[in-house]
Write a protein that binds this ligand. Structure first.
Ligand code: GN1
Ligand code: MG
Length: 341
């Protein structure tokens, strides 16, 4: 029997029909259906999310806060038949389940500027709806997750331990990263400036993490809240820019990446309309740095993983993390040209 079937039964879905929805770089996500009930079942990567209690606790905190604010709802968690939040199988994989919101679907790239605007607005509303939440209660589920200085240091460590061949192949990319160290300095300057607030950020704002309504085509809510934790202004709008401005994603060949100006504008204006006056003037003024920071950080993360022999991101072929890093830094160069013009 497939592990997903065992897991589904623990959550009360017997002899389910199941389909793999996304095989993300970190988790596996399934839709399971039994007796006309559907749920989302997820196998959590506990090497990445070591503190599953923090993940679950954050989700419950967010869900109940949003319920009270009445603006936006996220899928409810489903408990196991024993009343637990998660279930660990005999291979040690941790599983949890969520309500499947009927009449919703996810979009893939390329998507229209209208769809992207709606998604961006929804991510903005998510953070603004959580503005009343005591940020101290939200736990960092991955330490220093979008800490650019930390990511830069990880790359330096990876460089010192890398083999010569990988290092040689990475030389040009590493130069491009080094000459953009001003982004790390900008990040450092944020931390001591009270104009830049720490608030609840989703931290993984790809298009496929938004549910859309089948009838209206409008965004309903963000999903995949595992990395929702305290963060700075650039993370969500920046990760949208990073993951949506090019018609092809981070796995595409670097020579195929390009900036779609209409999409860029849809992200920024959609996000601004969603976040409303939760953003300070300083944050509003620096919004165009967001995409650059996130492309830079993701390029660094992929390259560091390549230099460390691919221990973090799933790969389909040996050089894939190098190619992903090249894709992200190429898109960064194109974004800089676009913003300069
Ligand atoms: C990971 O697993 P997935 O695809 O949702 C990563 C993100 C990266 C993304 C790049 C916990 O997200 O930070 O932006 O890959 N999540 C984690 O595709 O590291
Ligand atoms: Mg994710």
């Amino acid at each position: 029997m497939e592990p997903v079937v065992f897991a589904a039964e623990r959550f009360g879905f017997y002899t389910p029909f199941f389909e793999l929805l996304t095989d993300g770089l970190i988790h596996k996500t399934y839709k399971v259906t039994a007796n006309n009930r559907a749920a989302i079942l997820q196998q959590v990567n506990t090497n990445v999310f070591r503190d599953i209690n923090a993940v679950v606790g954050n989700y419950q905190l967010i869900d109940s806060h949003l319920e009270r604010s009445g603006m936006l709802r996220v899928p409810a968690m489903i408990k196991t038949m024993q009343g637990d939040d998660t279930w660990t199988d005999k291979e040690g994989s941790c599983w949890r389940a969520f309500e499947f919101i009927a009449n919703t679907y996810t979009e893939a790239l390329p998507a229209s500027p209208e769809k992207i605007f709606s998604a961006a607005k929804c991510y903005g509303q998510f953070t603004s709806s959580l503005s009343g939440l005591d940020i101290e209660k939200l736990k960092p589920t991955i330490a220093s997750f979008h800490d650019l200085s930390h990511r830069y240091r990880q790359l330096q460590t990876a460089i010192s331990n890398a083999n010569d061949e990988r290092l040689k192949k990475s030389r040009t990319l590493l130069e491009k990263i080094t000459i953009r160290k001003n982004l790390v300095e900008f990040y450092e300057s944020l931390k001591s400036n009270p104009e830049f607030k720490i608030r609840a950020m989703h931290h993984d704002t790809k298009l496929s993490n938004i549910l859309f309504d089948k009838a209206t085509g409008q965004a309903v809510c963000p999903i995949d809240l595992d990395t929702t934790m305290p963060g700075y202004f650039f993370s969500d709008v920046g990760d949208m820019i990073r993951s949506m401005i090019s018609p092809s994603d981070e796995n595409a060949p670097a020579d195929s990446v390009e900036v779609n100006p209409e999409i860029y504008r849809a992200i920024v204006s959609g996000y601004e309309s969603g976040i409303g006056n939760s953003f300070t003037t300083a944050e509003r003024n620096e919004i165009h740095k967001a995409g650059m920071i996130m492309l830079y950080m993701q390029g660094i993360r992929f390259l560091a993983d390549y230099l460390s022999n691919n221990t973090y991101y799933k790969i389909k072929y040996a050089e894939q993390n190098f190619d992903r890093a090249l894709n992200q830094i190429t898109l960064l160069e194109k974004l800089e040209e676009f913003l300069d013009a």
